[in-house]
Design a protein around this ligand. Sequence first.
Ligand SMILES: *Cc1c(COP(=O)(O)O)cnc(C)c1O
Length: 397
Amino acid sequence: MKRVYLDHSATTPVHPRVALAAMNFMMNEYGNASSVHTQGQRAGQAVEHAREQVAGMIGANPREIIFTSGATEADNLALRGIAEMHRERGDHIITTAVEHHAILHACDALEKDGFRITRLAVDGEGRVDPDDVAEAIEPGTILISVMLANNEVGTLQPVEEIVEIAREHDVWVHTDAVQVAGQLPVDVDALGVDLASFSAHKMYGPKGVGCLYIRRGTRIRAQMFGGHHERWLRAGTENVPGIVGFGEACALADEELAYRRSHLTALRDHLIEGLEARIPDVMLNGHRTERLPGNVNVCIPGVEGEAMLLHLDMKGISASSGSACTSGSLEASHVLLAMGIKHEIAHGSLRLTLGRENTREEIDYLLEILPPIVENLRAMSAWKPGEDTTFSSGGGN
Ligand SMILES: *Cc1c(COP(=O)(O)O)cnc(C)c1O
């Protein structure tokens, strides 16, 4: 059975052009980028070429790109790197309740080390209010970290406005831009951020490679010690095939961006329209327009997200739910809960994230398969149409 892949926010297929470029640096050009001989030089030049491709995609200078093992490492390097370097200046960090766990758990760890963390609330659509950021800033604030787009509900955050506020107070701003890269243009100068994280495998590149953009003049403390790689900021032999693949994926994104944006937006809107027409009481999560072109996230009251996923999987569809299975017990998504959605409703979330290779026929297949699955699951649960249990009345939930 041909699979229909609708989980591009988890990871994407590697584009053939990317795989071929990476394979060449595994099989033929296998030199260590630090070696002085010709083979080493060729690997080193390939890394620098990839740095130019990555920088080119986001309007940065290649010297502002630090390659890492992915966005988790980039997020940790940004937060801890700023916190440890500038501890004398302050001990307060502002972030939001809907960040990726790479940010939230890094903040938890910093809190244990004595830093103070403010986790800003979001509105019903998952957006943080810039006024709340302004209010949270205090003399000890050193860093604000707000993602550019949410990986679960696709909501875009007003990062430009937050940067304007931060600049008045001389506070650094980091953004996790993972989900936006390859779907919408990212320009670090237009955004004005000081640091930004990216991951190759969310944009048709290989897993295990990403980067941190660090604006010229921004000083951070290294987290990995060893050789002089990456301007002393990230020791370890360069992942040359991964970095070359990442560079190629960025060049490809530049070439295809306009097409991807319109293709994904058209599929997304067709999918949302179809779900709303065919599934009673389905609710769209996140902002209707200020959202990623490839993101659809809905709650379907009366069904468990996990049950839906298993049934879809049997029909050849790979999708995701907002909930993460933690040690056998189901935990509702921290993002949906932060948006004020009730626990029992949040459990019925379904995330469908689209990619460049998806077709309208695949979306129509899902729209044909899903409604009867929902109907059957609802028949087994106590759900009744129109039951208004959508939003929690705040607190204590
Ligand atoms: C996937 C993802 C990450 C983690 O990236 P890795 O390269 O897999 O470590 C971080 N932030 C966001 C928003 C993501 O979607």
